[in-house]
Design a protein around this ligand. Structure first.
Ligand code: COA
Length: 394
């Protein structure tokens, strides 16, 4: 039985900052951000969006009633969840009106969480072929104003519907995963901003890629030429390129050209959204699938997942017949086209806004956020969410 990705949804907040303007305001050469780091626009979440709403907005467009009935497991990968006890998956389950006979959990291992979710989902489908699993990767990347990490912030979510007989991509069984205790990036519970040893995190990303790739080849006997494309976790688009470059000479000139071309396509969405942590690899996959006509059914796509701290995994999927028919290209084109640019001072003001932590009540104006699902406020230390269409609020 095949199991894998049946549908992919994506959402990013409607506001963004232009990286050239951010660079100028930080007295940095804009080429450093646009070429050296490889980012053009950075999504900025208003107060009305958090990890829960971003994920719910990513999923809401892709689910039909039959999916909502069949989903019996919601796995929410995030490192910027809203509660240390209650899982973000429970909120999303309610906001989307899913079958109550479901499990709903949150998974954490930095940017690797959604990959763990996908592998758990695949095992669940193997045992329960009629069920479907909703895997979410949703985050708001925050390092702080004028920090080295600032240019690699972003916000957004990807929703993956995992099922038997998937229509987009069947996941193959062989994968290689690797764990080592490394302090390259972390966020203590008292901080709303991440701490990063940027150079170390880059080094470890490359080292983990090398380890899992080498082991994958030994385990499977496959080679670079067996891949139509390799997608990478992309904290910023230049990093995946550096990792790809380390293996390119294992292929002929033709293989190198193919992988470089597909890599460029796979960075398009990320370049315009920024880092979305858990969802970044899957945003890259979505960018590849939606923006090229060079792929065909049967093509093998490699995926490198990395979550600082650190866990890495290399795994693969095979594109299914007519997979293009099950993508949401128009919706995502419209999502990018309808975003609004904000100035650097406006972004800074939004960045500094916080919700109360003393139990006081706040009501947020959800009408100025075009998203269907928003955070409407906080009362009695409880987040108040609203689905403007389904009108579930609690
Ligand atoms: N034109 C073109 N490129 C330029 C440039 C210019 N004017 N100025 C600098 N660059 C290049 C640098 O050469 C470098 O490229 P290289 O890595 O290929 O050598 C790149 O831009 C970044 O410059 P660097 O000086 O290394 O940037 P930095 O010290 O400000 O830090 C990060 C960059 C990514 C380490 C930092 O943004 C960070 O800490 N981010 C958060 C952690 C993270 O994302 N880690 C990733 C792994 S999970």
């Amino acid at each position: 039985m095949k199991a894998g990705i049946d549908k992919i949804g994506f959402y990013a907040p409607h506001l963004y900052v232009d990286m050239t303007k951010l660079a100028e305001s930080r007295n940095v050469d804009p080429d450093k951000f646009t070429i050296g780091i490889g980012q053009e626009k950075m999504a900025v979440p208003p107060m009305t969006q958090d990890a829960v709403t971003l994920a719910a907005n990513a999923a809401v467009d892709i689910l039909e009633d039959s999916d909502k009935e069949a989903i019996d497991f919601v796995i929410f990968g995030t490192e910027t969840g809203v509660d240390s006890s209650k899982s973000a998956a429970v909120y999303v389950h309610e906001l989307l009106g899913l079958n109550p006979y479901a499990r709903a959990i949150e998974v954490k291992q930095a940017c690797y969480g959604a990959t763990a979710g996908i592998q758990m989902a695949k095992a669940h489908i193997a045992m329960n072929p009629d069920s479907k699993v909703l895997v979410l990767g949703s985050d708001i990347a925050r390092y702080g104003l004028s920090t080295p990490g600032e240019a690699t912030q972003g916000a957004g979510a990807v929703a993956l519907l995992i099922s038997a007989d998937p229509r987009v991509m069947a996941l193959e069984d062989e994968s290689v995963y690797f764990t080592a205790d490394i302090m390259d990036f972390w966020r203590p519970v008292y901080s709303d901003k991440a701490f990063a040893d940027g150079k170390l995190s880059n080094e470890q990303y490359m080292a983990f890629f090398s380890r899992v790739w080498e082991q994958y080849k030994v385990k499977t006997g496959l080679a670079l030429s067996d891949f139509a494309a390799i997608c990478y976790h992309l904290p910023y688009t230049k990093l995946g390129y550096k990792a790809l470059k380390t293996v390119l000479e294992e292929g002929t000139e033709e293989v190198q050209e193919r992988l470089l071309a597909s890599y460029n396509v796979s960075t398009g969405y990320n370049r315009n959204v920024g880092n979305i942590y858990t969802g970044s690899l899957y945003l890259s996959l979505l960018s590849l699938l939606e923006q090229t006509d060079k792929l065909v059914a049967g093509d093998r796509i490699g995926m490198f997942s990395y979550g600082s701290g650190a866990v890495g995994e290399f795994f693969t999927g095979i594109l299914q017949s007519n997979y293009q028919d099950y993508l949401n290209i128009d919706r995502h084109t419209e999502l990018f086209a309808s975003r609004s640019e904000i100035s650097v001072p406006e972004y800074e003001a939004i960045f500094e806004e916080t919700l109360p932590t003393d139990g006081s009540t706040v009501k947020l104006d959800v009408e100025i956020d075009p998203a269907r699902i928003c955070l409407a406020g906080i009362a009695d230390d409880k987040r108040q969410y609203v689905n403007k269409v389904k009108s579930v609020s609690y």
